[in-house]
Design a protein around this ligand. Structure first.
Ligand code: HAM
Length: 413
């Protein structure tokens, strides 16, 4: 029955079986984050292109190569959101959330879009869960957010997870380091990949992220920013580490950690999972103290993360069982069909899942169907108005009063 139409390259359908897995992941995140005072926010699936150019950064792969950008009918440039942090900062400013108690703690989930080369764990439409605390520069906020993502992955039972931690310092203190790094890259220009060479001036940090063999050799001897942190940046980083130690959260310091978005300052982190192959990052984030100002607001420190739902589901690789149906109301005679519908409605109202035949099957066909959909009990409405209750596991059947069905089915194991 295949049609010539298929989901576009790099996208996928979430079928009910998979949807059950994802619902469990989303529920766990919502519960854990709500308990810590994070409130749900939703922003549009598209924004003005400039928001991402300014927010995510013109030198990033995301803005240079991966955005789904188009003109709307009014000639405005629109982009399907590649990430959620810049839109949330836009919303924070647009709705004057700086007047609320700070930090404003938000969480979100939904689809995001990046025109990447599709492979396992990397899609063009994917889904993130994310959390942001806007309006605090305290290391306590960094540690709280890291602990929440740790708790989520732990509670879901994601195996083989490791936390990598780094710091980028503040933009002012980073400047001297970047000059040093650029000098190192220039000195080894000929061994670098074309892409890295072209971005020495624009985004030298990205060289740490390159897969190119020659570039990797050059980066092995490059100075790292973590070694160069000083003053308040060093203190902030030490405090985040000490808070994680106190919380018993294991991590390794990765002095070469960089992330694909330009807005990060100070703490950055990445949860990787050894079950995921090449796309090993399950979630990550960091502090972005300059982003709100970059978007035209007052200086407002903030920190957050996002995790990929598909990557969590891939790492878990488990099926959540289909919910069975409590009851199926079958009819032995067509005149009973309306009554079956009414009864099913009453049972549903009482919190019992109940279905009726919607395909004009005979009684035998209805029983077969009830078995196929996993109904635990079948009520059979006879032609004379009496009712039988059949237990599908044991095959046992007995007369039952229709008026007492909700009690009988509700109290059964
Ligand atoms: P990101 O690292 O670009 O950060 O994405 C976060 C997560 O989204 C990744 O760790 C990964 O699990 C998932 N992800 C990213 N791209 C794809 C893809 N093409 N296919 C499947 N999954 C993907 C951000 O987006 C930041 N906004 C995170 C953040 C929030 N930083 C501060 N606050």
């Amino acid at each position: 029955m295949a049609s010539k139409y298929q989901a576009p390259r790099g996208t996928f359908d979430v079928l009910p079986e998979e949807a059950r897995n994802r619902a469990r992941i989303e529920r766990a995140a919502a519960t854990i984050l709500a308990r810590a005072g994070y409130e749900r926010i939703a922003t549009p699936a598209f924004e003005d292109t400039e928001l991402f150019e300014r927010g995510v950064g013109r030198s990033t792969d995301i803005v240079r190569k991966e955005m789904f950008t188009f003109e709307d009918k009014g000639g405005r440039s629109i982009t399907l959101r590649p990430e959620g942090t810049a839109p949330i900062c836009r919303a924070y400013l647009e709705h004057g959330m700086h007047k609320l108690a700070q930090p404003v703690k938000l969480f979100y989930g939904g689809p995001f879009f990046r025109h990447e080369r599709p492979q396992a764990g990397r899609y063009r439409q994917f889904h993130q869960l994310g959390a942001e605390a806007i309006g605090s520069d305290s290391p306590l906020a960094d540690a709280e957010l890291i602990a929440l993502l740790f708790e989520l992955l732990d509670e879901l039972g994601v195996p083989g997870v490791e936390l990598q931690l780094g710091s980028l310092g503040s933009p002012e203190s980073r400047q001297a380091y970047l000059e040093e790094l650029k000098a190192h890259l220039r000195a080894h220009q000929d061994d670098l990949s074309k892409d890295v060479r072209e971005r020495i001036e624009l985004n030298p940090l990205r060289a740490f992220d390159s897969d190119d063999e020659g570039t990797r050799v050059v980066m092995a001897s490059a100075p790292t920013i973590v070694e160069r942190l000083d003053g308040e940046d060093a203190e902030h980083f030490a405090e985040v580490r000490s808070l994680l130690d106190a919380a018993g959260i294991a991590y390794s310091i990765d002095p070469t950690l960089v992330r694909g978005l330009d807005y990060y300052t100070r703490t950055i982190f990445s949860f990787v999972c050894d079950r995921l192959g090449a796309q090993s990052e399950i979630g990550g984030g960091g502090r972005y103290d300059g982003l709100i100002e970059q978007l035209g607001g007052p200086p407002t420190p903030a920190v957050g993360w996002a995790a990929g739902i598909e990557r969590i589901a891939l790492a878990l690789d488990e099926a959540v069982e289909a919910p069975g149906r409590d009851a199926f109301i079958a009819v032995a005679a067509d005149e009973q069909r309306r009554r079956a519908t009414t009864l099913a409605g009453e049972l549903r109202h009482a919190g019992i899942s109940a279905e009726v035949d919607l395909a004009d099957r005979g009684l035998k066909g209805q029983l077969k169907h009830a078995d196929r959909i996993g109904a635990r009990r079948v009520v059979i409405l006879e032609a004379d108005g009496s009712a039988q209750l059949r237990d599908m596991a044991s095959g046992e059947q007995r007369p039952v009063e229709a008026g007492r069905l909700a009690d009988e089915i509700g109290s059964a194991p």
